[in-house]
Design a protein around this ligand. Structure first.
Ligand code: NAD
Length: 335
């Protein structure tokens, strides 16, 4: 099948090309992401392959349908960027990769937390200048602190386990679905309000939905424990970034580690080091000594990229053969 791959980075090309040896799809790699300007580049393709920040709103989907695109294969888990109702109206099938390597994201989450807490990123840049002074690098033990895990699905459960069994944190969790094996190691499910009030560390692992949009907002930050550490490797819009900046300026928040940012589309995944960035919110965030930002790289391991490529190409092949699609997303009304 001919498939246009939007926003193809070097690692996408490498892992999709390697996995495609077993499938033989005709992959057209594009640097450009998908949006209202770039959808016509899919002309002649039966399918497209997209990532987290590609725009699949109703207008883009109308356009893709008119071009004859019949399948959208998301090479990621989250799908908040897709208008599934519009896709269903046009009979466009949407697939995703639900769990390629929860370990990749969970390990990165713990890595970010440790780097932030122990100021490893700041120590690294000091030592490169032969500055071996330790002033300003005092950290905090994880052991004994209260960690709140919002969402104990594939990724959140691994983080909860690492913090509880590995580091000896007291772990609170919030999820509509409880995980008994986590409870067996002492993870305590509590209402979300309790978690956000009592945790020293909050790590976000729930999906972005209308219910979870700006879950961390000004009232939550006002009631949180002083010195709260926040880690977000899930979706940027779970946090009201302006409210977060106000809380950082008021010295109420102790530290923030973000792999995702609510306005990351158009900024993350590209080299903008020679550009003037118009986003004042992100630029302000980067000025705080207790904020650590990475550019949506928690998934980026060899294992995860191989799994993503294999599952994505397999969905396209199954679609072509008219077989059932295990990772097809249902239209909202049928969900
Ligand atoms: P998952 O579906 O396995 O788990 C999500 C959990 O959140 C579920 O247990 C669900 O019941 C729970 N949940 C839903 N609504 C909730 C709410 N209101 N409050 C608390 N919990 C709620 O998903 P996952 O694979 O663990 O992924 C978690 C998140 O990580 C997703 O948002 C995904 O997009 C994101 N992600 C980020 C990266 C990255 O590179 N940064 C990579 C993969 C996934």
């Amino acid at each position: 099948m001919r498939v246009t791959v939007y926003g193809a980075r070097s690692y996408d090309r490498q892992f999709l090309t390697a996995a495609n040896a077993a499938y033989g799809h005709d992959l057209i790699f594009l640097d450009a992401g998908l949006d209202a300007q770039t959808f016509p580049l899919a002309a002649g393709s039966d399918g497209i392959c997209v990532f987290v920040n590609d725009c699949l709103d109703a207008g883009v989907i109308d356009g893709l349908s008119a071009l004859g695109v019949r399948i959208v294969a998301l090479r990621c888990a989250g799908y908040n960027n897709v208008d599934l109702a519009a896709a269903a109206r046009h009979g466009i099938v949407v697939t995703r990769v639900p769990a390629y390597s929860p370990h990749a994201v969970a390990e990165f989450t713990v890595g970010l937390l440790l780097a932030l807490d122990r100021k490893i990123h700041r120590a690294w840049s000091r030592v490169r200048e032969n500055n071996y002074a330790l002033d300003g690098l005092v950290g905090r033990n994880l052991h004994g602190r209260v960690a709140g895990i919002v969402g104990t699905g594939e990724i959140g459960a691994l983080v909860a386990r690492a913090l509880r069994a590995g580091f000896g944190c007291e772990v609170l969790a919030s999820d509509p679905v409880r995980d008994p094996p986590l409870e067996a190691i002492g993870v305590r499910y509590v209402p979300i309000d309790t978690l956000l009030r009592e945790a020293d560390i909050v790590s976000l692992h729930c999906p972005l939905t209308p219910e979870t949009y700006h879950l961390i907002d000004a009232p939550v930050l006002a009631q949180a424990r002083p010195g709260l550490t926040i880690v977000n490797t899930s979706r940027g819009a779970l946090i009201d970034t302006s409210a977060l900046i106000d809380a950082l300026k008021a010295r109420r928040v102790g530290g923030v580690a973000l792999d995702v940012y609510e306005q990351e589309a158009g900024i993350f995944f590209g080299d903008l080091s020679n550009e003037i960035i118009d986003d004042d919110v992100l630029q302000r965030l980067l000025t705080f000594p207790n904020v650590l930002v990475t550019g949506h790289q928690a998934f980026l391991t060899e294992e995860a990229l191989s799994a993503i490529a294999g599952t994505t190409l397999d969905s396209l092949a199954r679609f072509e053969r008219g077989e059932p699609l295990p990772y097809q997303l249902a239209a909202p009304s049928a969900a």
